[in-house]
Design a protein around this ligand. Sequence first.
Ligand code: AMP
Ligand code: MG
Length: 308
Amino acid sequence: MAAQPPLLYAFGNLAIDRAAAIIRAGGIVAVPTETVYGLAADARNAQAVAQIYAAKGRPSFNPLIVHVADLAAAKAIAVFDDDALALAERFWPGPLTLVLPLRPDAGIASLVTAGLDTIALRVPAHRAMQALIAASTAPLAAPSANMSNGISPTRAEHVAASLGARVPLIIDDGATMAGVESTIVAGRTILRPGPVTAEMLGDVLPVMPGTTAHVSAPGQLATHYAPTKPLRLNAREAGPDEWLIGFGEVAGNDTLSLDGDVVEAAARLFDALHRADASPTARIAVAAVTETGVGVAINDRLRRAAHN
Ligand code: AMP
Ligand code: MG
């Protein structure tokens, strides 16, 4: 995390060069999109994505939207059916996010999708976000650039006021256009209303508004990954038939972070849970994780997994 207040760079070559250098080095930057200012990191770099969570102080993990240059780049990451293709061709670039099956070989960090096998993708229309994707040659995971529970930022000043020194650089390109988050569609269901309205979507496809019940119904879209095996918290050693995920001084079959570093642990969390689920043992045990910084979000997810 930066010790200095964030640098505001007016949109231009210098701003994009500096920001892309930070992204390529595994850091985070704030960048405007046509919806709100986003806090961006290379979606292939788990440590970088973990820093988004650390900076926002989010008490839980939820899957992030990944921003790419164009449909071709999106197709390299996710599988498009005819419906998704029709929506992408009509509304991209623009404030529409599509939830699609993730290609296993896409190289996206599991923290981005919070362990799910689907991914939320969009091609932004904003010149600054487009330029940053091009210059960094990275798919960019980017939730809104504000502290958790804060209001979504529509100006660079809002980002600076909310995140302060937690973000090293803000690309300032004035007020965003839409001011509300992108519309999210999964299949023919609207998961989140937004600038691309139901009526606009309806010109392309018969869509329906989503409800939480609909989304979490069996066979429908899972919004949270959890392992299928029983999970025990605060373990100091493995019990019979347990796969132990360690942390710090508690060694295990695997570790979230040997050094007890919560940002590293966040970066490794979902891969570790998937490995535990795939292991030959019947149960999973996890060492206690420090309840500070992004450790709060890790423990929130582990508690949910334990009470599945
Ligand atoms: P934002 O905070 O604007 O980045 O929006 C992220 C939201 O997108 C999440 O809170 C989810 O509601 C939704 N989302 C992202 N990925 C998925 C996914 N794989 N499945 C379902 N919803 C998703
Ligand atoms: Mg937000």
